[in-house]
Ligand binder design. Structure first.
Ligand code: NAD
Length: 326
């Protein structure tokens, strides 16, 4: 049974049929919970490569499968006639994309195209995409980056996400599928996988908690923009407005935090101030400074982040405390 972690107050009149890919993962499972709370009918497609069945809401229909499986996708769309597709599933490890760009493209480009083709065939009204700010803008020319900032991805993962954004534009203009693409900055919060490669908050907190040394890649001065998952979920609720124009938005805080500052905040919250991190060489494909403006989302649909990094970290660390000691 997966408990509801965040209250959402806005309600929609009509029940929508929504497919959430990656709905057993970190962000997708929180979106699924919120949509179900809103009274929508949710189908989750996930191959459980990094997602967990424990994250799946009991009222969601769960289909274990792969977005690369074209026949499965066709059958699923034919059976359910979705109003909305919310696409969170991805190969999201930047380093893996550098090591194996073909695998990355098979999932992040071809898998996404399977969903877009089926959305066209079965007349889906709106396609919501999890894209990325950090990996799409590359080394930024100005700070914070707005959506007009040049896109210069420096990893196959960023190239793939940008490619799918361009396909979205094509499907919208030529086939009439409306879309919302959200370029997340660094999302953190409960359910982020502390065992995986991504998600520095969960990696640091897990290591500190178990007394293992934390490694900071590079000099620790690289910056990121940390946005709490509940804030991201509120934008996904707003994106269910089927009449809204197709567009692309950053979801971010516009606040830069260095990795060393983040480490210190987590260490302080866990009472491990005296534990020093280890430093190792910087990783390929990762940018030095990343921070995004959310002004467009604010002006178009009134979205802004509400949870401070300190509060969000506290909520995240409490969750890890409760689940890891359970
Ligand atoms: P996650 O790994 O927790 O979720 C991804 C989910 O997709 C997992 O449940 C996984 O099992 C599933 N999946 C992977 N490949 C699949 C496939 N081929 N078929 C079906 N399911 C598959 O990661 P997350 O942090 O929740 O990320 C969700 C989305 O947000 C991704 O698209 C990611 O690229 C994007 N994003 C995340 C962040 C972040 O900071 N977490 C930042 C920018 C963009």
């Amino acid at each position: 049974m997966c408990a509801s972690l965040f209250p959402i107050h806005e309600k929609y009149e009509t029940e929508l049929k929504i497919l959430i890919t990656g709905g057993a993962g970190f962000i997708g499972s929180h979106i699924a919970d919120a949509y179900i709370r809103e009274g929508h009918s949710v189908v989750i497609l996930d191959n459980l490569s990094s997602g967990r069945i424990a994250n799946v809401h009991p009222d969601a229909k769960f289909v274990e499968g792969d977005i690369r499986d074209r026949d499965l996708i066709d059958r699923l769309f034919a059976e359910h006639r979705f109003d909305v597709v919310n696409h969170q599933a991805a190969q999201m490890d930047v380093r893996k994309s550098v090591d194996d760009p073909i695998f990355d493209a098979e999932t992040n480009i071809l898998g996404s195209l399977n969903l877009l083709q089926a959305s066209k065939k079965y007349s889906v009204h709106r396609f919501i995409l999890a894209s990325t700010g950090g990996a799409i803008y590359g080394e930024q020319e100005y700070f914070p980056a707005d959506e007009l900032h040049p896109t210069n991805p420096e990893s196959p993962y960023g190239v793939a996400k940008r490619t799918i954004e361009m396909y979205l534009h094509y499907f919208s203009v030529v086939h009439g599928i409306k879309y919302t693409a959200f370029r997340y900055s660094n999302v953190y919060g409960p359910r982020q996988d502390p065992h995986g490669e991504a998600g520095v908050v969960s990696i640091f907190s897990n290591a500190l908690r178990s007394g293992k040394p934390c490694t900071i890649f590079g000099d620790g001065k690289q910056t990121r923009d940390y946005v709490f998952v509940a804030d991201v979920v509120r934008a996904h609720i707003k994106a269910l407005d089927l009449e809204a124009a197709s567009d692309t938005y950053n979801l971010s805080t516009a606040i830069e935090t260095t990795v060393s500052q983040l480490y210190a905040l987590i260490a302080e919250s866990l009472g491990k101030n005296s534990t020093e991190p280890r430093y190792s060489s910087a990783r390929k494909g990762e940018v030095q400074r990343s921070v995004c403006s959310y002004q467009k989302a604010f002006h178009h649909f009134g979205w802004q982040p509400e949870v401070s990094l300190r509060d969000g970290l506290q909520r995240t660390l409490s969750y890890f405390e409760a689940t890891l000691s359970a």
